[in-house]
Design a protein around this ligand. Sequence first.
Ligand SMILES: NC(=O)c1ccc[n+]([C@@H]2O[C@H](COP(=O)([O-])OP(=O)(O)OC[C@H]3O[C@@H](n4cnc5c(N)ncnc54)[C@H](OP(=O)(O)O)[C@@H]3O)[C@@H](O)[C@H]2O)c1
Length: 242
Amino acid sequence: MNTDKIALVTGANKGIGKEIARQLGQAGFTVLVGSRDLARGELAVKELLADGLDAVGIQLEVTDEKSVRTAAAQVESTYGRLDVLVNNAAIIPTGDDAASRIETGVLRSAFETNVIGLVGVTQALLPLLRKADRARIVNLSTSLASFAQVGDPESRMSTVLTLGYNSSKAAVNMVTVMLANELRETGILVNAADPGNCATDMGGWDAARTPAEGAAVAVRLATLGEDGPTGEVYAEEGRLPW
Ligand SMILES: NC(=O)c1ccc[n+]([C@@H]2O[C@H](COP(=O)([O-])OP(=O)(O)OC[C@H]3O[C@@H](n4cnc5c(N)ncnc54)[C@H](OP(=O)(O)O)[C@@H]3O)[C@@H](O)[C@H]2O)c1
């Protein structure tokens, strides 16, 4: 059995997820690069291997229970445990819109990937996280999920009219808090990371931050010491208000 620390990042074939995978690799982890399209994942793996990192592709479509089960079985048979899970995969669904206008099917698709997919992946991998010594779970969130920020009419966050994305990520925050409560006695720390607006397919290519800068906060939460926080959302500048 491999004795290195093992991390799995969902949606790691591009964007912030790929940079989280890279930085965890640089921190000494064997990184499982989750990708719904294995060929796209293998391109990222190739890049990470060329950088001298230990990366392995794993097919993982978070909305497909069979794919999730198969990935978990693969991690179990190869490594027997999982030290870090980063739930990074997410979408802003096509047609995302204001609360007064969004089509309910669009809202449903945001929850399907961003919340139900995330919970399904976490539940499938939890037995393996429990087998690790003090595992860490990091869920990618956003300031668009902050009631305090979206609720402030002076905030730029109040002008972004994407109910599907914002409300599904607010649900991710609640998943984070409730799972942290459940796992408090186990030593497993569960936190959410807001990478800030980063230049990716999702964030828009004119965003000020690089995906690597966005990845850093998630990596910090994935490598917290024993006395680290749990059930919180952090951005680079510190704790985010709910
Ligand atoms: N960029 C920002 O400004 C920003 C700000 C705040 C929070 N975030 C959060 O940071 C995370 C990464 O965002 P990003 O900007 O890197 O986005 P991105 O470039 O669009 O990448 C998203 C990743 O998620 C994958 N994905 C989407 N649906 C999936 C599914 N059903 N199953 C498996 N993988 C799936 C994508 O795979 P494909 O390549 O196959 O589509 C891709 O690998 C997200 O959780 C996002 O909400 C981003």
